[in-house]
Design a protein around this ligand. Structure first.
Ligand code: HSE
Length: 427
């Protein structure tokens, strides 16, 4: 007779109901049976389009965590508490856990992994980064012995959808955001998406998996897409670029540069062509060179696939008695972050300047004094009042750029705050 592994799910929302559906329909070809034993949600009356036995439904997550017949607890409620306590309690009771909770992993990953290792159980978190794309597994298993030099990610479906619609259909930021929300990609609080914070949480998870680093969210530079305008997308195009919200991690000697911000990426780059809600991660490994992972990074169905794949993997490990893989996550590489002020990149500037002789000379004098070299410049139109002056620079140090822009914004000929977007050549 086949062995059976009991599964409990906390959170019967978009992802949760898809996970439940897959479990109820039955998972084939595993050599064991996965049985859904409990589902907890504060709302157990709204129909989810999937039949769950009445006795399996509960409003109390504690019942899932405490159930003797639940071997694997799946947490899909998000946020730090009570998710953290439920997972720690499940681990203490010797259960394996699966979570899609990037906020929790980014903030309390070390604690969860350590607790799991002490109890000899495992943690699955494939769905926390890149939705349905099996990125975590690719890095931890497929590239286990690889030295990853760089990674560039488009890791938020909502912002990628917004930027695509602004660029291709000329939609305003607000309208594009509304559409992304209606399509079900956005977080409950969409400011997490647009501020870059959702991407930041995912980058912190990747820093642990790909670089063996334990980094606090506050240590990583993060800027969102709120200040990007349709004009920036148009001007970027004239220079041969698209704008993407990127997560970047890059080895520089014994340091790692890690940052999240909108970036101009060359139109010919594969990442530039990742459109709508799709996600992608480009890795550069010492041995393997460039690799690109691409797929649906948001939405209930794709994310549920990643959750179920983790449940299958953890159930197999549990039955075989193999050592939990969580151990590899406790190793610290000793790599340190490079401070943002020392990062060196090319930049895009959009100044709003009076249209009169000598204005460009004043701007370029400040840039020259700060050691920033201009590579090209265009002025958009003529006007009595201010006009946009768009400039691309050669590589410059972040701290010099900040100083220069602060000085330029104080010039009498400048009207309004200068737009600064970093350029990522991706080579
Ligand atoms: N809000 C996220 C996104 C969902 O838009 O990518 C997946 O984390």
């Amino acid at each position: 007779m086949k062995s059976t592994v009991g599964v409990g799910v906390i959170g019967f929302g978009k992802v949760g109901s898809e996970v439940v559906r897959l479990l109820v329909e039955g998972i084939e070809g595993t050599g064991f049976r996965l049985e859904l034993r409990r589902v907890a949600d504060l709302d157990i009356t709204t129909p989810r389009g999937v039949e769950v036995p009445r006795r399996a439904l509960t409003t109390r997550a504690e019942e899932v965590v405490g159930a003797e017949d639940v071997d694997i607890v799946v947490e899909l409620i998000g946020g730090i508490e009570p998710a953290r306590s439920f997972l720690l309690e499940a681990i203490q009771r010797g259960k394996d856990v699966v979570t899609a909770n990037k906020a929790l992993l980014a903030q309390c990953g070390d604690e969860l992994f350590q607790a799991a290792w002490e109890r000899m159980v495992d943690v699955g978190f494939e769905a926390s980064v890149g939705g349905g794309i099996p990125l975590i597994r690719a890095i931890r298993e497929g590239l286990a012995e690889e030295r990853i030099e760089r990674l560039y990610g488009i890791l938020n479906g909502t912002t990628n959808y917004i930027l695509t619609r602004m660029e291709e259909d000329g939609l305003s930021f607000e309208k594009a955001l509304r559409e992304a929300q209606e399509a079900g990609y956005a977080e409950a609080d969409p400011s997490l998406d647009v501020s870059g914070r959702d991407t930041l949480q995912k980058l912190v998870v990747l820093l642990r998996v790909a670089f063996g680093m334990s980094v606090a969210l506050e240590e990583v530079f993060c800027e969102g897409i709120e200040r990007i305008t349709p004009q920036d997308l148009e001007y970027a195009e004239e220079f041969g670029y698209k704008v993407k919200l990127l997560a970047v991690a890059h080895r520089v000697g014994e340091r790692v540069e890690a940052r999240v911000h909108p970036a101009l990426v060359p139109q010919r780059a594969m990442l530039a062509n990742v459109r709508e809600e799709f996600n992608a991660l480009e890795l550069v490994g010492k041995g393997v060179g460039h690799q690109l992972f691409y797929g649906k990074g948001a939405g209930g169905r794709p994310t549920a696939r990643a959750v179920v794949a983790d449940v299958v993997a953890l159930a197999g490990r549990r039955l075989s008695g193999a050592t939990p893989r969580v151990r590899s996550l406790l190793k610290n590489s000793g790599l340190k972050l490079l401070p943002m002020k020392d990062v060196i990149l090319p930049y895009y500037f959009r100044f709003l300047a009076l249209d009169r002789p000598g204005v460009l000379a004043q701007i370029s004098r400040v840039l020259a004094e700060e050691g920033i070299s201009i590579s090209s410049v265009i002025q958009k139109g003529r006007a009595e009042e201010a006009v946009p002056v768009v400039m691309m620079t050669h590589e410059a140090k972040e701290e010099a750029v900040r100083r220069a822009v602060a000085r330029i914004d104080r010039l009498e000929v400048i009207r309004g705050r200068t737009q600064v977007i970093r350029v990522e050549e991706l080579c």
